[in-house]
Design a protein around this ligand. Sequence first.
Ligand SMILES: *Cc1c(COP(=O)(O)O)cnc(C)c1O
Length: 350
Amino acid sequence: MVSFYPGPSKVDERVPLWTRKAHKAGLLSANHRSPEFEKLYRETVKILKKRLNIPLDYGVFFTSSATECWEIIAQSVFVGESCHFFNGAFGEKWFNYTKKLKSGARGYEFEPDNRPDFDQLSGNPELICLTQNETSNGTQVPYSDIVELHSAFPESLIAIDATSSMAGIRLPISAGDIWYASVQKCFGLPAGMAVMICSPRLIDRVKAQAENNHYNSLAFIIQNAERFQTSYTPNVLGIYLLGELMKSRQRISVVSETTNRRMASWVNLVSNHSSFDMLISNAQVRSDTVLVVKAPSGVVSEVHVKSLESGFVLGRGYGDLRDTTFRVANFPTLKDQEIERLKAFLKTHF
Ligand SMILES: *Cc1c(COP(=O)(O)O)cnc(C)c1O
């Protein structure tokens, strides 16, 4: 069975091998204040920065999930206002979680086929929140829009949920202040950990605010990370797997080309198929990592039944789109050969 679910998705085949290696090295029983762990943390951050083209002065922290990052940002990063641009379920959830904790959360909803309109913002918002890749409907905020947003609002902090795109495509890291992603999507690792990448100015601001009321207060996480430690016993295996995975991957500019080439080929297949259509017609905002295919509901349910029989797990449509779309992950862990088999299946049976 090959999982094309857009998260949790296919886990890298070398995970069992790496797990045995970590066990053999004694890392899984190592204390998180030991020199062994500090070395693991330091080296994992180093290789991650190298592969994902993260500026050296950015901080890298580990949390348990992207959902936890939503909460950390709400509690530790801003005091006044956060402006949330969203066009789908994940961006909206982030906004809703934030609203529960802070009265200054503002929502700016936009249509899935449009680009976010940042001209609606006035002054210098304290924090602007974006979902770079909206996993529910297969849209993305283009690279250049994030770069332009950063130059239009140089005083504002920018937080970006890149859960289903980080490690799959190139991202303008230096244009954002907090980027985060959980590892069960483009990283192709077992769920239960997320990576949070923070700019030096964000780190300075969080330290000055010194919000310290929670076990996962960002100031506390940063303070521990300065010694390559964590505030609670972390997912040591997850950190180890991340390091091994990054060692084995090519740099993001190369990975990104493969992702784009594969997605172009998927779009070609879907567009030329009589029963299928792209949910998102505007190519400018279409995701490179999550394909969302629209089809009559009878066809969608048949796709799920037959694909399972043939050894493929495809993603259900998300929320309101459950019956009329299906989703296909275009994540780096999938092999060309697996993708070709799925394409051949879809062409033959539909
Ligand atoms: C999957 C996903 C999340 C949630 O990730 P968890 O690891 O379950 O917290 C958040 N945002 C986006 C865009 C996602 O795709």
